[in-house]
Design a binder for this molecule. Structure first.
Ligand SMILES: C[S@@+](CC[C@H](N)C(=O)[O-])C[C@H]1O[C@@H](n2cnc3c(N)ncnc32)[C@H](O)[C@@H]1O
Length: 253
């Protein structure tokens, strides 16, 4: 199964359950305690009066601790009604934030209408990425910025895939390694920032849940859970499984 197959991605994000497993795992076992979400929002160049669009917003969690500058408006969108519902509940009572069901490949907004567009951890799911990037450039104002966080090809999944002799390459539609070239076809400036971190996991069960929540690791689901856990346990040293992380962000203009 490919990571950007529409039905698989829709099933994966029909509700926030799978994503919740990953968010909890990240929070518990990541060494960098700032957290990827707060690090990402710290990179945003937020200014008063901005119109901001986020695509594939997921649970909207990242905005929980962020106060927007005066007179900013934020349109949070996702193609999953279930996700949007969660985001709406998470961010209730914030009139500057509105919600809409939108597919990133077909943005129902006027040309040049946003100062900032955000698409974090989602471009690798989009079947026609060129179409989505053309749409993003179309709705972005001249001089506006596009932010997109993604993972790289040298992270925890790759390490586990090597241990288990599973192919992880289905994940590589948009990564830290190949993203700049794809973005460069639509934006004049592409800057990359890397988030420094690693995992130190103390529960094999939690690691198995995390891996099984990833669509891109669907080959693992073919293994009996006990076998998966036994294999993972072989890599525990002094009660800890250490795994690399490879995450970062592109900023485009
Ligand atoms: C891994 S989650 C990331 C959520 C959030 N951006 C974050 O960084 O926590 C990917 C999200 O993208 C959404 N998504 C996937 N394909 C999409 C598409 N073509 N258009 C809009 N949203 C999409 C999913 O429903 C899901 O909420």
């Amino acid at each position: 199964m490919s990571i950007n197959q529409v039905e698989a991605v829709q099933a994966q994000y029909a509700t926030a359950d799978n994503l919740a497993v990953r968010i909890a795992f990240q929070a518990r076992y990541s060494c960098n305690k700032q957290g990827f979400g707060p690090w990402i929002t710290e990179q945003y160049d937020l200014r008063p009066g901005m119109r901001i669009l986020e695509l594939g917003c997921g649970t909207g969690d990242m905005w929980r601790g962020v106060t927007l500058p005066e007179e900013c408006s934020l349109l949070l969108t996702d193609f999953s009604a279930g996700m949007l519902g969660t985001a709406q509940r998470t961010l209730t009572g914030r009139p500057e934030i509105t919600f809409q069901q939108v597919d990133a490949q077909d943005i129902p907004c006027a040309d040049n209408s946003f100062d900032m567009v955000i698409a974090n951890m989602m471009l690798y799911h989009v079947p026609d990425l060129s179409r989505a990037l053309a749409e993003i450039r179309r709705v972005l104002k001249r001089g506006g910025k596009f932010y997109c966080a993604t993972y790289g090809e040298h992270g925890a999944v790759e390490a586990v895939a090597r241990w288990l002799n599973v192919d992880a390459a289905v994940r590589y539609t948009f990564t830290l390694q190949n993203g700049a070239a794809q973005l460069g076809q639509f934006f004049a400036q592409v800057e990359q920032r890397v988030y420094p971190d690693e995992f130190r996991v103390t529960s094999v069960d939690d690691l198995a849940d995390y891996l099984l929540s990833l669509t891109s690791m669907s080959q693992l689901a073919a293994l009996p859970r006990d076998t998966l856990c036994q294999q993972l346990a072989l890599h525990m040293k002094d009660g800890v499984i250490r795994l690399p992380k490879d995450y970062g962000l592109f900023i485009c203009q």
